[in-house]
Ligand binder design. Structure first.
Ligand code: ARG
Length: 480
C-alpha cells in the first residue's frame, strides 16, 4: 500500500522491512493517549484557524469512534501501517477522505510519540502510586492485627534485638513511601508537553502549544524542540523507579520466604497463595513470593536495556527510540502485578505467635539492652560490653537465658547489681526500654501507626498529624 511518507520513494517497501520495522504489535497500547493528544491537537488547529470548526468536529467524532473500536478489539492491526499513529491516521482518512489527511498538520510522529509516552507514563505513575498505597495500607492494617507481637530483628541474618513486628511492617512502609516520593518527583518532569516540537525544529505554522498542553492537563510545555523530540530521560527515570520498587519487593519476598519455611515457621502462607510439587506430595511451595523475588531480574534488565538504548544516540529523533516501549511496558506490567500479589499476601498471611514467642525468648536478644542499663549506672560502654559478653557466655554454656542466671552470678560480674536486673531482661522489657525516636518503643510505634493511618486515609486526622505529612509531601509537590 502507498505510505503516508511515500512521495519521494520509487520502490515500495520490502515486506521483510515492514515486518522488521513495525511497532504496532506493542505500541497499540498507546492508542488512548494517541487519540487524546490528537483530539487536543485538532481543537488547537481549529482555534488558530488551521482547521474549520466543523472540520474539527468531524475529526474529533471520528477519533472517538476509532478509540471505541480499538477498545472493543474490533480494529484490525496491519504491520504495513507501522505503528499506532499511522493506524489511527489511516483509519481517519478511510472514514473522512481528504479531511483525515489534515490531522497531521503542524505535527510529526516524533513529537506525537513523545507526547503519547508522557501521557501513558503519567497514568502509569498514578496507577503504580495507587498500588503502592494499597500495599502500605495492607502493612498498616497488619500492625493492628499483629499488635503486641515481638519478633527477633536480624542483622547479618542472625538474631539481633527484639522488635515489635509492627515496627518491621512500618519499615516496609517507609521504603514504599520513598518509592512514592520518587514517582511524584519523576511525574513533575514527565508532565511537560512536547507537542508542537514537530520533527526537530518546531513548525512555521501558527500553533498554540500552551493550549494543547492545557487541554492535556500538562503542567507546561517543553522548552526546546530538539531536546523534546529525543528526550527519553523520563522513561529511564520511571523504569529506574520501578526497578527500585521491584528490588524492595524482592527483599520483602525473601524475608517472607524465610519466615514461612519450616526452619523459621514464623508465618503461615494460606494454601491459596502456595503451589505444590509434581513429585513430592508433601510440598507447599511459596512460588508467588519466589516469583516476586525473581521477576525483579526482569525489571532490572529493562532498566539496563533502556540505558544502553539511549547511550551514544546523536541529538534528534532516532528510530532506535521505538525500542523504548518494550522495556517500559515490561517493567510496568511486572511491577504492577507484583504489587498486587504482594498486597494480597500481606493481607492474608498469618503469624505463628507461639513460635515467635519461643524464638524471641532465646538467642540473647536482650543483651544489648542489659548493656545499656549498665551504662546508665556509670559503667563505660566498652566495659559493659565485656561484662555482658561474659554473662552471655556463661548462660550459653549452661543452656540458660540471661534471665535464668542467679543474682550471685550477676554479682560476680557486676558487684553493685541488685534484683532490679531482672526487670531489664526478656524481649518485652528490652522493647519497652527503648527511648530513641524511631525506635521500636511501643508507645512510639503506636504513634507511628496512627500517623500512617492518617497518611494513608485509613483514619480521620483528629490530632492534626497530617500537617507534618504535608510538609514532607510539599517537597515533592505531592500530598502524602
Ligand atoms: N513508531 C515510532 C516510535 O515509536 C514513531 C516515531 C517514528 N518517527 C519517524 N520519523 N519514523 O518511535
Amino acid at each position: 500500500m502507498e505510505k503516508r511518507w511515500g512521495g519521494v520513494f520509487r520502490q515500495t517497501t520490502a515486506p521483510s522491512v515492514e515486518r522488521f520495522t513495525e511497532s504496532i504489535s506493542f505500541d497499540w497500547r498507546l492508542y488512548r493517549e494517541d487519540i487524546a493528544a490528537s483530539m487536543a491537537h485538532v481543537q488547537m488547529l481549529a482555534q488558530v484557524g488551521l482547521l474549520l470548526p466543523e472540520e474539527a468536529e468531524r475529526l474529533k467524532h471520528a477519533l472517538l469512534e476509532i478509540e471505541e473500536e480499538i477498545s472493543r478489539g474490533q480494529f484490525p492491526f496491519r504491520p504495513e501501517l507501522e505503528d499506532v499513529h499511522m493506524h489511527i491516521e489511516q483509519a481517519l482518512v478511510e472514514r473522512l477522505g481528504e479531511l483525515g489527511k489534515k490531522l497531521h498538520t503542524a505535527r510529526s510522529r516524533n513529537d506525537q510519540v513523545a507526547t503519547d509516552l508522557r501521557l501513558w507514563i503519567r497514568r502509569g505513575i498514578d496507577d503504580i502510586d495507587r498500588r503502592l498505597q494499597e500495599l502500605q495500607r495492607a502493612f498498616v492494617e497488619r500492625c493492628e492485627k499483629d499488635q503486641g507481637i515481638i519478633v527477633p530483628a536480624y542483622t547479618h541474618l542472625r538474631r539481633a534485638q527484639p522488635v515489635l513486628v509492627a515496627h518491621m511492617w512500618l519499615a516496609y512502609c517507609e521504603r514504599l513511601q520513598r518509592d512514592r516520593e520518587r514517582l511524584a518527583d519523576c511525574r513533575r518532569r514527565v508532565n511537560r508537553c512536547p507537542l508542537g516540537s514537530a520533527a526537530i525544529a518546531g513548525t512555521s505554522l501558527p500553533i498554540d502549544r500552551h493550549m494543547t498542553a492545557r487541554l492535556l492537563e500538562f503542567d507546561g510545555i517543553t522548552e526546546n524542540s530538539i531536546d523534546a523530540t529525543c528526550d527519553r530521560d523520563f522513561v529511564a527515570e520511571f523504569v529506574f523507579d520501578l526497578a527500585l520498587i521491584a528490588v524492595h519487593l524482592s527483599g520483602w519476598a525473601e524475608d517472607w520466604i524465610l519466615w514461612s519455611s519450616a526452619e523459621f515457621d514464623f508465618l503461615h502462607l494460606p494454601d491459596a497463595f502456595c503451589t505444590g510439587s509434581s513429585i513430592m506430595p508433601q510440598k507447599r511451595n511459596p512460588d508467588v513470593l519466589e516469583l516476586v523475588r525473581g521477576k525483579c531480574a526482569r525489571v532490572c534488565g529493562d532498566l539496563q536495556s533502556l540505558l544502553v538504548l539511549l547511550k551514544g544516540l546523536p541529538l534528534g529523533y532516532n528510530r532506535d527510540l521505538q525500542e523504548d516501549k518494550i522495556p517500559l511496558f515490561s517493567a510496568y506490567d511486572t511491577v504492577s502485578d507484583c504489587l498486587e500479589m504482594a498486597a494480597e499476601i500481606v493481607r492474608h498471611a498469618e503469624l505463628n505467635r507461639q513460635r515467635l514467642e519461643a524464638s524471641v525468648g532465646t538467642g540473647f536478644v536482650d543483651a544489648t539492652t542489659l548493656m545499656e542499663q549498665l551504662i546508665c549506672r556509670g559503667i563505660p560502654q566498652r566495659d559493659a560490653h565485656q561484662v555482658v559478653g561474659r554473662l552471655v557466655r556463661r548462660a550459653m554454656d549452661s543452656g540458660r537465658t540471661l534471665g535464668e542466671l542467679t543474682l550471685d552470678e550477676f554479682r560476680q560480674e557486676i558487684p553493685a547489681i541488685g534484683p532490679e536486673v531482672y526487670q531489664w531482661l526478656g524481649p518485652a522489657a528490652a522493647v519497652a526500654a527503648m527511648k530513641s525516636l524511631g525506635s521500636t518503643q511501643p508507645e512510639l510505634v503506636k504513634q507511628q501507626v496512627a500517623r500512617w493511618k492518617v497518611r494513608l486515609g485509613l483514619a480521620p486526622d483528629e490530632a492534626g498529624l497530617s500537617s507534618a505529612g504535608k510538609e514532607e509531601g510539599s517537597k515533592t509537590g505531592r500530598e502524602t
